[in-house]
Design a protein around this ligand. Structure first.
Ligand code: ZN
Length: 621
C-alpha cells in the first residue's frame, strides 16, 4: 500500500456521527444519489446546501442542480419542506431520518461537481447537506463502488482520512466535521498516480482527463515538484520543516486548454492544458507553459498555510449560505501570487530571468488597466463577489485584480521591510509570525491584522509602514515599484506593446501606434472584445461586440488587420465599417502614439555595492 494511502488510515468515529453516502448512479444522465442518515432529529431541523465554495468568492447556488430531495424515517416518507432556495426543513421530530438527493453533476470546473462515463469529480459543497447546528459533528462518508459496466475499473482519490477502503479505492472515509467534509474534493475514474515525498511527507499527483500518459515525463515532475514543496514548507517552518498535514494530494485534470486551481487543506484541484505538462527530456529548460503549471502547483500549495490555516476572521466559520466579506484578499491571493513563482525560482527550478519575466508580466497586467486608478486592492477584495468574479468586458477599465496588484503590494512590502530594517526583517518573517499567531492557533486574522503585525516587527519604521499601507491598500495611486526595485539592483523598464499577444516581461520591438481595442475572430468577422477607456478606439466610438467588416475599404480579416496594425503609425486614420447588432455604422479611428504601459525587468549590475548586496540577500544573485 502506498504511504500516501496508508498515512490516511483512521478509526471509525464513535458516538454522534452524520453518515453520508454517494452512489454513482447514472453516468449518462450525470446523476448522483447522495444520502444522509442521522438520528434524534427535532421538529424544524434545517438542512442547507452551500451557495458558494470557499476559495472562490461568488454565489453559485449549487442547489439549482438538486433535481429531487426526499426524506424517510423507518420506511415511512417524511415530508421535507423548502424554506429558501437552498434550505430544507422537516416539520416533525424523528428518531431516525434519511434524506436522499438526486444531484445533476455536469459542471466541469474545480468548483463544482462532474459525473460522466469518463470521470467523476465532487466538491462536498455541491452535494452534501449541512445539518444546521451540527457543523461540528464528525462525518462518515461511504462512496459506493459503481455498478455501471462502464465504470468497473474506476479508482478513487481524496485527501479524506480512510476508515475502510482499498488503496485508491471505494469505501468508507471520515471527516472531523462538516467543514472538513466539504474541504476534501474527490476524484474518481481511471486516473494515473505519481507519488513522491517532500520533507518526509507523502505527496501524490493524480492525472485525469486527456493527456499522453506515455509521453508524460514523471521523473521531471518529481524532480521539480519536490524542491518547490520543500521550499514552501521551509518558508513557514524553517526549524522543523514540518508541513501542517500528514500527506498532500494534487488532483490534476488535464484538458485541451484549461487553467486554474482551488486550494484545500491537504489537497488542491487543478485544471491544466496538455501542453503545460513536461514531455521532453529532463535537461530541457522549463518552457513557459510548464513554468505556468509549476507556478500553479506552488500557488495552491502555498495556500495550505496562507488562507487555509492563516485565515481572515470572516472565513474562520464561514457562512455557507451568503457572501462572506473581507478586505484582505489582496494578502491571501496577492502574497500567495508573489511567493508562487518566486518559490519556483528559489527552488532552483527556473532561472532568475524567467522569474523576472513573470513579474514583468504581472506589472504589465496591472498597468495596462485604468481600473487601477478607480479601485484600491482592499475595495477589489471586498467586492470580489460581484466584481472580480463577475467581470464584464469593461473590467480592465473599472477594477484592479487583488491577485496581480496584491502581488505587487507584497513585492513592495517585502523590499521595503528589507530596506528599512537593513536586511533584518522580510516578508517571510511576517508570514512566519502570522503562521505562529493565527495558523497554528486557528485564530482568524482581523481586517487590519497583517498591517499591525508588520508594523510591530519594525518598530523603528512604523510611520513609513503606515504610509506605505495607506498608499498600497487604500489608495489608487501607483506603487513606487521602480524606486524600490532600483534599491535592489533590479531595473524596471517601460515600453509600448509589440503585438496584440504581447503580455510584457521581455524587451521586444515596440509598436509606434495605439489603437486601444482588442478583437477576436467570430464567424469570419472581427469582434471587438475590449475597448480601453481614453483610447483612440474609445474616442472614435467603437464598442465591445461591434463586428468590424472593413478597414480603409478592405475586408477586415484577422491576419490582414494584424498586419495593418504592425505597419501603422501614430496619426494614421482608420475608416472602420462595422455592424452593431443589425445596424451598420462607420467610425474613424485616429491612431495615437503608443503608451508605455508594458514592463520588463532586468538585473542592474551597474548598481551600487549596497544595492547589489541587497539583491544578493533577496534573490541570491
Ligand atoms: Zn489563490
Amino acid at each position: 500500500m502506498s504511504t500516501f494511502w496508508s498515512r490516511g488510515l483512521k478509526a471509525a468515529p464513535k458516538g454522534d456521527v452524520l453518515r453520508y453516502q454517494v452512489e454513482l448512479d447514472d453516468p449518462y444522465g450525470h446523476y448522483l444519489k447522495v444520502s444522509l442518515w442521522l438520528g434524534d432529529v427535532a421538529a424544524g431541523q434545517q438542512f442547507a446546501l452551500p451557495v458558494w465554495i470557499p476559495g472562490s468568492y461568488m454565489v453559485r447556488d449549487f442547489s439549482k442542480h438538486i433535481v429531487m430531495a426526499v426524506a424517510e424515517s423507518q420506511g415511512q416518507s417524511a415530508p421535507l419542506n423548502m424554506v429558501d432556495k437552498s434550505t430544507w426543513e422537516v416539520a416533525a421530530a424523528y428518531s431516525q431520518l434519511c434524506i436522499t438527493l438526486k444531484v445533476y453533476a455536469q459542471e466541469d470546473s474545480v468548483r463544482a461537481a462532474w459525473f460522466d462515463e469518463n470521470r467523476a469529480f465532487l466538491n462536498g459543497t455541491s452535494v452534501f447537506l449541512r445539518v444546521v447546528g451540527r457543523e461540528s459533528w464528525p462525518c462518515e462518508l461511504t462512496v459506493v463502488a459503481p455498478k455501471h459496466p462502464a465504470l468497473q475499473s474506476w479508482k478513487l482519490a481524496t485527501g479524506l482520512s480512510v476508515v475502510d477502503a482499498p488503496e485508491w479505492g471505494f469505501g468508507k472515509f471520515v471527516a472531523e466535521d462538516y467543514h472538513a467534509l466539504v474541504d476534501h474534493p474527490l476524484e474518481m475514474g481511471n486516473f494515473s498516480v505519481l507519488t513522491f515525498e517532500a520533507c518526509n511527507t507523502p505527496h501524490a499527483m493524480v492525472f485525469s482527463g486527456s493527456y499522453d500518459a506515455v509521453a508524460l515525463n514523471r521523473q521531471r515532475l518529481i524532480q521539480d515538484l519536490v524542491p518547490i514543496c520543500e521550499k514552501q514548507i521551509q518558508r513557514f517552518e524553517p526549524d522543523t520543516a514540518r508541513p501542517p498535514f500528514n500527506r498532500y494530494l494534487f488532483l490534476t485534470h488535464v484538458t485541451a486548454a484549461g487553467y486554474g486551481g482551488l486550494e484545500h487543506r491537504n489537497s488542491t484541484a487543478l485544471v491544466c492544458a496538455q501542453k503545460d505538462l513536461p514531455c521532453g527530456n529532463n535537461d530541457e529548460a522549463a518552457d513557459e507553459h510548464y513554468q505556468q503549471f509549476l507556478g500553479l502547483c506552488s500557488h495552491e500549495y502555498f495556500h495550505s498555510w496562507n488562507v487555509k490555516r492563516i485565515t481572515p476572521e470572516a472565513f474562520v466559520s464561514p457562512d455557507y449560505q451568503a457572501e462572506n466579506y473581507s478586505v484582505q484578499l489582496w494578502a491571501f491571493e496577492g502574497i500567495t501570487s508573489y511567493f508562487d513563482d518566486l518559490g519556483v525560482y528559489q527552488a532552483a527550478v527556473i532561472p532568475v530571468d524567467a522569474w523576472l519575466t513573470q513579474l514583468g508580466k504581472t506589472i504589465t497586467r496591472v498597468h495596462r488597466g485604468k481600473g487601477r486608478l478607480l479601485q484600491s486592492v482592499t475595495e477589489s477584495s471586498f467586492t470580489a463577489w460581484t466584481r472580480f468574479y463577475q467581470q464584464d468586458a469593461n473590467a480592465p477599465n473599472a477594477i484592479v485584480s487583488y491577485y496581480a496588484k496584491g502581488c505587487l503590494v507584497a513585492l513592495c512590502l517585502d523590499l521595503n521591510l528589507r530596506l528599512w530594517s537593513e536586511g533584518e526583517v522580510c516578508l517571510d518573517d511576517v508570514l512566519r509570525a502570522l503562521w505562529q499567531r493565527h495558523g497554528v492557533t486557528g485564530l482568524g486574522v482581523p481586517e487590519n491584522g497583517i498591517e499591525t503585525l508588520a508594523m510591530s516587527m519594525l518598530p523603528t519604521h512604523q510611520q513609513e509602514l503606515a504610509a506605505f499601507f495607506e498608499l498600497a491598500l487604500h489608495s489608487t495611486e501607483d506603487l513606487p515599484l521602480g524606486d524600490v526595485l532600483s534599491e535592489f539592483a533590479v531595473s524596471l523598464n517601460w515600453r509600448a506593446a509589440g503585438s496584440l499577444s504581447d503580455a510584457g516581461g521581455k524587451e521586444v520591438p515596440e509598436w509606434r501606434q495605439w489603437f486601444g481595442a482588442s478583437w477576436r475572430l467570430v464567424a469570419g468577422e472581427l469582434e471587438i472584445t475590449r475597448v480601453d477607456i481614453d483610447s483612440p478606439a474609445h474616442r472614435a466610438g467603437l464598442s465591445v461586440k461591434d463586428r468590424v467588416v472593413a478597414i480603409n475599404g478592405y475586408r477586415a480579416d484577422l491576419d490582414w488587420a494584424q498586419q495593418q496594425l504592425l505597419q501603422a503609425d501614430a496619426g494614421d486614420k482608420w475608416q472602420m465599417a462595422l455592424f452593431r447588432g443589425h445596424r451598420f455604422m462607420q467610425k474613424t479611428v485616429e491612431l495615437e502614439p503608443a503608451p508605455k504601459t508594458t514592463a520588463w525587468l532586468g538585473l542592474n549590475n551597474e548598481a551600487t555595492p549596497a544595492q547589489l548586496r541587497r539583491r544578493q540577500e533577496w534573490l541570491q544573485c
